[in-house]
Design a protein around this ligand. Structure first.
Ligand SMILES: [Zn+2]
Ligand SMILES: [Zn+2]
Length: 319
């Protein structure tokens, strides 16, 4: 090799250096890209899991409340701590759901922290959760709060109160008390209990749309409210979670519904003056009190009526 040859070889080598450097950095770049793709696959999985769990939580929460309520109504069960019962059953459901994600290099858990009636709206139950998601290189914790409506759910309170006094049934729309309610009232030495023989009340909770409530002073409105079986806001009536525990009143913002005495003929109605107040928290209360009869509809000589005391009269616009 002559002198020129060495120079060429040296130059070639020098020329090769940037090529080597570029190659190395390209290798690094592709490796980095692979890591990024890996991470984004993981985070896609994580966000899919998180989304799926968040979507399913309110559905599972409502299902759990419904199952418990139906077990009280149809299977004669009782519970003493509704939030604990719901929490335990719901946690099992959620564990089943999160378990489906725990085999894909991911660890998912969701804990039911608390359950309470919304202080702003007794038709809503607030569920609080903590969601945890872990992968090799990602850790995510999130506090969640979901409001679940109780509209469309059955009311267990009448069954829990009246069952010891006789048979009480429902057809998924209304509750038929038979003689159970009148016997229950009689056992408390309440006058005129017999007006509630064969009484009925709504089975399903539906929020009354007639607001302000004073508008019930119109017979037409009261008739529509009663025939639809609407529930009302009430500071005295119990919330749904306490109804599951057979409580007719509680410290939470609650609900009220009217129990409907069986309609009577015109001539029979003319002798009815007062009877146990038809509001459910009064009827099922420790100290039931009387109300005045209020006829809100007359159809074919049949009178539809309620008993309302002065306080409820004022609330619902009845003078
Ligand atoms: Zn109403
Ligand atoms: Zn309550």
């Amino acid at each position: 090799m002559d002198q020129k040859g060495y120079v060429m070889a040296g130059t070639s080598f020098l020329l090769l250096i940037p090529v080597i450097l570029i190659s190395v950095s390209l290798i690094n770049f592709f490796q980095g890209e692979n890591e990024m793709i890996d991470q984004s696959i993981h985070s896609e999985k994580v966000s899919f899991a998180a989304g799926d769990i968040k979507r399913n939580i309110p559905i599972l929460a409502r299902e759990t409340m419904l199952n418990i309520s139906l077990s009280l109504i149809d299977d004669n069960k009782t519970i003493t701590n509704s939030t604990e019962s719901i929490k335990t059953q719901l946690q099992l459901q959620i564990n089943d759901l999160t378990a489906t994600y725990n085999n894909q290099n991911m660890n998912v858990s969701c804990n039911v922290d608390s359950i309470e009636t919304s202080p702003h709206d007794p038709f809503l139950i607030e569920f609080d959760f903590t969601l945890n998601l872990k992968t090799e290189n990602l850790k995510h914790e999130e506090k969640l709060s979901r409001l679940v409506s109780i509209e469309g759910m059955p009311d267990p309170l009448p069954f829990l109160k009246c069952r010891p006094y006789g048979s009480i049934n429902h057809d998924n729309v209304r509750i038929s008390y038979g003689t159970s309610l009148s016997s229950y009232l009689e056992s408390k030495n309440i006058d005129n209990s017999s007006y509630y023989e064969n009484a009925s009340s709504p089975f399903i909770i539906k929020k009354c749309p007639y607001e302000p409530y004073q508008s019930h002073g119109s017979n037409e409105t009261m008739k529509n409210c009663q025939s639809n079986g609407f529930y009302h806001y009430s500071n005295d009536g119990s919330c749904y979670l306490c109804r599951l525990e057979s409580k007719e009143t509680c410290e939470h913002f609650g609900l009220e519904v009217f129990l409907q005495p069986v309609p009577v003929s015109n001539s029979n109605y003319s002798i009815i003056i007062n009877g146990p107040c038809s509001s459910d928290h009064v009827i099922f209360g420790i100290e039931s009190y009387m109300g005045h009869s209020l006829a809100y509809d007359i159809k074919n000589e049949t009178v539809y009526f309620l008993f309302l005391d002065e306080g409820h009269g004022v609330k619902y616009g009845i003078n």
